[in-house]
Write a protein that binds this ligand. Structure first.
Ligand code: CTP
Ligand code: MG
Length: 236
C-alpha cells in the first residue's frame, strides 16, 4: 500500500504576524509549505500529499508544488476550513475523491503533518510510518517535556503539578491506519488540537515514537528566527 500525507496549511498565521498565511511565508528562499511537502516526499516513505490551503491561494499552491509532482507522487491541493480540524477533514475528502471508488483503500498509512513544522527531518516520519505498518492504528512523535507543567484554574491559580516523567510534547507527522483516522473524523463533532486526540475519543490506542527537535512548530517570530538559524549555510 501507499502512504499519503495531509498537510494542513490553511491557517492565517496570526501569531507569526507576517501579514500573510504562515505556510506562504518564505524561509531562506522557499515557502514553509514547499519545505514541508518536499521534506515528506524526500523522506522516501511518503508517496502522495494533499495540501490544504486558503481558498484564494489554491492557484499559488498549485504552481509552487508543480515541480514536486511526478509519476511517483500525487500532489493534490484542497481548500481549508475555519479550524484546523475542518481543513484536515477537507484534505481527507479530497484524497478519497481523487481515487474514486477505491477511496482510501489505496493507502495503508495516512499521515497528518502541519506545514508549520516544515524543518521536520526524515527520521521521525520514517519511525511513524514504520510503527503503523507494524500494526499500531495511531502513532504520534513525541519529546520529553523539559519545563515543569502546572494545571491552573480559571483565575490562574495552580491546582496541580503533573509528574513530568509521564508527560510528552507531541509533534507531527502523526500516522494512522486509514480506516481509524476516517472513523475518528466521521465521529468528530468538535475541534481538536491534534488528530490523535480524535482517535483517542473513539477509544483507539495511540502509540508514541521518538520525535525530533527539528520538528518544532513555527508559531511566532522567534520560532521563525530559529528556523533561519537552522538553515543558515544551507542551499535555498
Ligand atoms: N491550519 C489549517 N486550517 C486552519 C487553521 C490551521 O490548515 N483553519 C494549519 C496551519 O496552516 C498550520 C497548522 O494547521 O500548518 C497548525 O496551526 P497553527 O500553527 O496554529 O497555524 P495558524 O493557525 O496559521 O497560526 P495562528 O494560530 O497563529 O493564526
Ligand atoms: Mg492556529
Amino acid at each position: 500500500g501507499r502512504v499519503a500525507a495531509v498537510v494542513p496549511a490553511a491557517g492565517s498565521g496570526l501569531r507569526l504576524g507576517a501579514g500573510l498565511p504562515k505556510a506562504f511565508v518564505e524561509l531562506h528562499g522557499r515557502t514553509m509549505l514547499e519545505r514541508a511537502v518536499a521534506g515528506l516526499l524526500d523522506s522516501g516513505t511518503v508517496d502522495d500529499v494533499v495540501v490544504v490551503v486558503p481558498s484564494d491561494r489554491v492557484r499559488e499552491a498549485e504552481s509552487m508544488l508543480a515541480r514536486l509532482r511526478n509519476d511517483d507522487h500525487l500532489v493534490v491541493v484542497a481548500t481549508g476550513g475555519a479550524e484546523r480540524t475542518d481543513s484536515v477533514r477537507n484534505g481527507l475528502a479530497a484524497l478519497t475523491a481523487t481515487h474514486g471508488d477505491a477511496g482510501a483503500a489505496v493507502y495503508d498509512v495516512l499521515l497528518v503533518h502541519d506545514a508549520a513544522r516544515c524543518l521536520t527531518p526524515a527520521a521521525p516520519t520514517r519511525r511513524v510510518v514504520e510503527a503503523v505498518r507494524s500494526g499500531e492504528v495511531a502513532v504520534v512523535p513525541v519529546l520529553p517535556v523539559v519545563d515543569t507543567v502546572k494545571q491552573v484554574d480559571d483565575d490562574g491559580y495552580v491546582v496541580g503539578t503533573p509528574d513530568r516523567s509521564g508527560l510528552r510534547a507531541v509533534q507531527t507527522p502523526q500516522g494512522f491506519a486509514p480506516d481509524v483516522l476516517l472513523a475518528a473524523y466521521d465521529a468528530a463533532g468538535d475541534i481538536a488540537t491534534d488528530d490523535a486526540g480524535l482517535v483517542e475519543r473513539i477509544g483507539q490506542r495511540v502509540a508514541t515514537v521518538e520525535g525530533d527537535a527539528l520538528a518544532f512548530k513555527i508559531t511566532t517570530a522567534t520560532d521563525h528566527a530559529r528556523a533561519l538559524t537552522e538553515l543558515a549555510g544551507s542551499r535555498p
